[in-house]
Design a protein around this ligand. Sequence first.
Ligand SMILES: NC(=O)c1ccc[n+]([C@@H]2O[C@H](COP(=O)([O-])OP(=O)(O)OC[C@H]3O[C@@H](n4cnc5c(N)ncnc54)[C@H](OP(=O)(O)O)[C@@H]3O)[C@@H](O)[C@H]2O)c1
Length: 222
Amino acid sequence: MSEVVAVLGGTGALGYGLALRLAHAGHTVVIGSRDHARAEEAASRASQRLPSADIRGLANPDAARAADRLVVLSVPLASQAITIATVSEHLGDKVLLDATVPLAPAVGGRPTQVVGLWAGSAGQQAAAAVPEGIAVVSGLHTLSAATLQDLDHPLEQDTLICGDSRAAKDVVREVIGTVTGLRVVDAGRLEMSRLVESLTPLLIGINIRKRTHAGVRIVGLS
Ligand SMILES: NC(=O)c1ccc[n+]([C@@H]2O[C@H](COP(=O)([O-])OP(=O)(O)OC[C@H]3O[C@@H](n4cnc5c(N)ncnc54)[C@H](OP(=O)(O)O)[C@@H]3O)[C@@H](O)[C@H]2O)c1
């Protein structure tokens, strides 16, 4: 079923790639930005690649308000709390899918250092920042922005999601699972996000060594 999905920070590498894939799957995608004009520019760029898709650009709060059930947060960790604060009153009973990963700025071209977080993980930090009652699911950590943006590249991989609400994880599975070649795997409670987020620097290291954009696939699932 097609629905309106907001991607906050959808002007950036990961969010833009996800916006393309969601639009390709038939959803109406609202790209959010701190700057309305930047969001419109990204939406127009995406629309040129997918002329029959419905892709709009709005400021982050308006994008969050426009979403039906799912708001994706795809911003640097340093901007996570402020971005959540600016959209909080528009989340209603929507699910926040947090893609934030705690990576230190690249040092010598190797952005593999994980920043310590008082909450334990970026996902838990997001849960602490949203108004009470808003469900946070973390996911998308192991997807490569470059691969997402290359629509000719089959994904054929998993994304591991973590969250404390089964219903919220169902929403994520129902929406994100419509992206061709992307399987959504429930990795447990939100506290597991600490482990899943640590896969990102692991993959970055592999990708640097192998000069590729590897993802993850859990085997043995029915
Ligand atoms: N790139 C990947 O392959 C990848 C893979 C897995 C996970 N992640 C995680 O996903 C999140 C987004 O990654 P990304 O690579 O898409 O990040 P990015 O391109 O650096 O930033 C995404 C967007 O965040 C917004 N933003 C808000 N505050 C910002 C600030 N202080 N400085 C810079 N940008 C700011 C910007 O949008 P506006 O300026 O339009 O508001 C920007 O376009 C990060 O937490 C990252 O660790 C990334």
